[in-house]
Design a protein around this ligand. Structure first.
Ligand SMILES: [Mg+2]
Length: 218
């Protein structure tokens, strides 16, 4: 029984495009440290900057006596540039089943924890059906606080779409939590990189193994 959703909003990484190779991001973070004058970051500090909260970012910046905002700006710039190279080389690419978006009779959007500029680079380079609204995080410390599981960008996208009952499609627990917080249903797409991924306590309304299941749900 279709639930008559009036829009579909997608997470990007692991849903529309392949995730970015972790080593590419680690190398970008290493470059970012270097660009702000830190030539000897520890492996742990580099890993921390993969997905810091504000306090862990500050701790790392303080340890090197540098400004946290400047470190984060450099980190985001390096990640945007490295991911753009991956996109342009075809290593970060859309999944084949994104063609299912063409069969959706409702408007679509993207809400990603990746940088807004990275989402724009994907839209510029990849064949994705018209996406009406997209939000990635701002490349600032504020952007860290606003990313999922916080529903901040998801709520903005829903408002922009004028949707009353949208469906959010993700591949992470944070996607399910953000959808819950926004008061909307979530569909979890279990691709190969999520075969063992545990959703206990974060149960989505639907679990699908391909975007091809979406037209029927909507
Ligand atoms: Mg994802």
């Amino acid at each position: 029984m279709a639930a008559s959703y009036d829009a579909v909003v997608f997470d990007n990484d692991g849903v529309l495009t392949t995730p970015t190779d972790r080593d590419v991001l680690l190398e970008a973070i290493h470059d970012a440290f270097e660009s702000v004058g830190v030539s000897n970051p520890s492996d742990e500090e580099i890993r921390t900057l993969l997905g810091p909260d504000r306090s862990s970012l500050r701790r790392v910046a303080d340890h090197h006596g540098i400004d946290a905002a400047a470190l984060w700006r450099a980190r985001e710039r390096a990640a945007i540039d490295a991911q753009r190279a991956e996109i342009e080389a075809g290593r970060k690419r859309v999944y084949e089943d994104v063609t299912a978006l063409e069969s959706l009779p409702v408007p679509t959007g993207i809400v990603s924890n990746n940088q807004h500029e990275t989402i724009e680079n994907i839209l510029d380079n990849c064949a994705l059906e018209p996406i009406e609204v997209w939000y990635g995080r701002e490349p600032t410390i504020e952007g860290i606080a606003r990313k999922k599981p916080t529903p901040y960008y998801l709520e903005l996208a829903i408002e922009d779409l004028g949707a009353r009952n949208p469906l959010y499609v993700g591949d992470s627990r944070v996607d399910v939590v953000a959808a819950d917080a926004a008061g909307i249903d979530a569909a979890f797409v279990r691709r190969d990189h999520r075969l063992e991924y545990d959703l206990t306590d974060h149960e989505p309304r639907y679990e699908i193994d391909s975007l091809e299941a979406l037209p029927e749900l909507v």
